[in-house]
Design a protein around this ligand. Structure first.
Ligand SMILES: [Fe+2]
Ligand SMILES: [Fe+2]
Length: 264
C-alpha cells in the first residue's frame, strides 16, 4: 500500500455526533492516513461558533487535512449574507474557496467549490459547477507525475448516487463528470447526501470513480454515521466505508477498484 486517505464529510459542527467525531480523530491518530480530506458541510448553519469548533477539531487532527466548503458553510438563514458575502466566515477560518491544488508524493488533489450562497432556483442548497472550474482542475491535475493518484474534492456529487437518500442536482454536473473522466481523474470525492457510495463515471475509460462519504453528524439519512478509508496501491484502490457502531468504527462496505493502467 502506497497511500492512505481518510475521506470525511458533513460533520456539521453544531450538530455533530460527538462520540463519533471524537473517535474519528482517534482513528486518524492511530492509522495515520497521508491526508484527511473533508468534503464540506463542516458546520450546521455557518455560524461563527460552529466554524470555531470545526477549525479547532480539524487542526487537532494528527495528520494534514484539506477542506472544501459545502452548502451549510455559508450563512444558512441570512439571504443577505449569502448574497453579498457567502464565504466570508468560511474563508476566515479555512482560507480561500477558490480552486486549489495540493500535491504530495503519489497524490494530487484539486479542490472545487460546488456550493453557492444563492442560485437562480428555489433550492439554492443544491450544487453548481462551471466549465471554468472543471477545466482549471483538469489542467492542474495534468501536471501530476505519472502514477500519481488524481483526485477532485468537492461537496456535491456531480452524478447522482444510485438509490441515494437525496440528490445533488448539480448544475453542470454531468458535463463536469464527463470532462473529469476524459481528463483522466481517478477519484471524485464528495459528501452532501450523507451516504457512502462508489460508482464509475460516464465517459472516459471507466477508471474515474465517484466516491461519496457518509456523515459524522446526527443528521443520518438511512446509512450509518461514518467516513471512508481509501487505500491506494499501484494497481488497486480500496474504499472502505467505516460505520460508527456506538463504541468504535467498523467496516460497513468495501469497494475495490482497478486503477487506470499506467501508460507504457
Ligand atoms: Fe450535509
Ligand atoms: Fe450539503
Amino acid at each position: 500500500m502506497t497511500l492512505r486517505l481518510a475521506h470525511l464529510s458533513d460533520i456539521h459542527f453544531g450538530g455533530e455526533h460527538r462520540s463519533a467525531v471524537g473517535a474519528a480523530a482517534g482513528w486518524i491518530a492511530e492509522h495515520r492516513p497521508d491526508l484527511a480530506i473533508i468534503t464540506g458541510d463542516v458546520t450546521r448553519e455557518g455560524s461563527e461558533t460552529e466554524f470555531i469548533a470545526a477549525r479547532r477539531w480539524i487542526r487537532s487532527l494528527a495528520v494534514e487535512s484539506l477542506v472544501v466548503p459545502g452548502n451549510h458553510d455559508t450563512p444558512y438563514f441570512s439571504l443577505m449574507k449569502r448574497l453579498f458575502a457567502p464565504w466570508k466566515r468560511y474563508e476566515r477560518h479555512f482560507g480561500p474557496v477558490s480552486p486549489s491544488l495540493l500535491r504530495r508524493p503519489g497524490l494530487a488533489v484539486a479542490s472545487i467549490n460546488t456550493a453557492r450562497g444563492v442560485q437562480l432556483r428555489t433550492n439554492w442548497s443544491k450544487g453548481a459547477i462551471s466549465t471554468g472550474q472543471v477545466s482549471r482542475a483538469v489542467r492542474a491535475l495534468a501536471e501530476a507525475p505519472p502514477g500519481a493518484l488524481k483526485v477532485v474534492a468537492c461537496h456535491h456529487p456531480l452524478i447522482e448516487m444510485i438509490g441515494g437518500p437525496m440528490s445533488g442536482q448539480v448544475h453542470g454536473g454531468h458535463e463536469a463528470a464527463v470532462a473529469l473522466a476524459d481528463g483522466g481523474v481517478d477519484l471524485v470525492l464528495t459528501g452532501h447526501v450523507h451516504a457512502p457510495f462508489a460508482l464509475p463515471y460516464p465517459g472516459g475509460d471507466g477508471h474515474t470513480w465517484a466516491v461519496g462519504a457518509s456523515t459524522l453528524s446526527v443528521r443520518e439519512r438511512g446509512s450509518p454515521i461514518g467516513f471512508n478509508c481509501i487505500e491506494v496501491d499501484d494497481d488497486i484502490v480500496r474504499i472502505s466505508a467505516l460505520a460508527w457502531s456506538g463504541s468504535h468504527f467498523e467496516t460497513w462496505r468495501t469497494w475495490s477498484i482497478d486503477r487506470r493502467p499506467k501508460p507504457a
